[in-house]
Design a protein around this ligand. Structure first.
Ligand code: NAD
Length: 269
């Protein structure tokens, strides 16, 4: 369906890189105008310049509620409205190999960006949408919020909370024609993965390799997911093809959270 989002205005937080950037590019293809919000001014500005007049950049720290409110006001001022809010910005935090080694030094920051940022982003967008005919809000969780696992425990806890918050907000806002959904991607090679392991010392590269090999081996579809895969899911939840979908968690994980991969001899596959 060409130009499905023509006339719609979107905000994508964390839109300068990774999954957010792929989402910005995908939304543009569907005819949306997009405000890219990110901490990273240089990358965000050059993305906006490269994309042309349908994209604006706004430097924003989603952990600061006032900045998130200003971001929504900026989108409305620049493009005359807001129909889609993608609360995508997130950080992994420091990776410790076990709970026994945790010092929780980054707990506040991880929760402030990953959870409070999503909550204030949802609230600020909804306050505009309530008075303007509704809209769609898409929050980025993770399979780390669906399925338990070791390490990056604050990250996993924040992503589980995003799922629960999304469902609560969907119920709260349904009467206003505001849909709130979340996406739980599986492991996708981006800076986020590198940032989690870069703090793990000299063995970081080795850990990175193991994580990639683990991702490919454990995903039933047997391929590494891409940022574009996630952007396609956001686009579906953004537009009218998902008009009856709210409060849901769409996993984009190659089947990882569906259950166990069958144990078959290689020749039988
Ligand atoms: P990334 O690190 O590649 O990009 C994240 C972007 O967010 C960067 O441009 C960064 O500058 C920006 N950002 C970070 N903190 C911010 C803040 N406080 N305010 C505004 N912008 C900020 O990460 P990614 O892999 O693209 O992840 C995007 C989202 O998807 C995150 O919420 C992440 O938890 C989630 N996710 C990613 C994966 C994966 O494997 N990559 C898996 C599951 C979920």
């Amino acid at each position: 369906m060409a130009e499905e989002l023509s006339g719609r205005v979107a905000v994508v937080t964390g839109g300068a890189a990774g999954l957010g950037r792929a989402t910005v590019e995908r939304l543009l293809e569907d005819g949306a105008r997009v405000v890219v919000a990110d901490l990273d001014r240089d990358t965000g500005e050059s993305l906006a310049e490269g994309c042309g007049p349908e994209v604006r950049f706004r430097q924003t720290d989603v952990a600061v509620a006032e900045q998130v409110q200003e971001l929504v006001a900026f989108a409305v001022e620049e493009f005359g409205g807001l129909h889609l809010m993608v609360n995508n910005a997130g950080i992994a935090g420091v990776m410790h190999t076990s709970l026994l080694d945790e010092d929780f030094a980054d707990f506040q920051r991880v929760l402030s960006v990953n959870l409070l940022g999503v909550m204030t982003g949802t609230q600020a967008a909804a306050r505009h949408m309530v008075a303007n005919g509704g809209g769609s809000i898409v929050n980025l969780s993770s399979i780390g919020g669906v399925q338990a696992g070791p390490s990056v425990l604050a990250y996993r806890a924040s992503k589980a909370a995003v799922i629960h918050f999304t469902k609560c907000a969907a119920l709260d806002l349904a009467a206003h024609d505001i849909r709130v959904n979340c996406i739980a991607p599986g492991g996708i090679p981006t800076r986020l993965l590198a940032s989690a392991t870069a703090t793990a010392g000299p063995e970081a590269e080795e850990i990175n390799k193991k994580i990639r090999a683990h991702m490919a081996a454990t995903q039933p579809l047997g391929r590494l997911g891409t940022a574009r895969d996630v952007a396609e899911a956001v686009t579906y939840l953004a537009g009218d093809r998902s008009l009856h979908v709210t409060g849901t968690v769409l996993t984009v994980d190659g089947g990882t959270t569906a259950g166990q991969k069958p144990l078959r001899p290689a020749s039988a596959s």
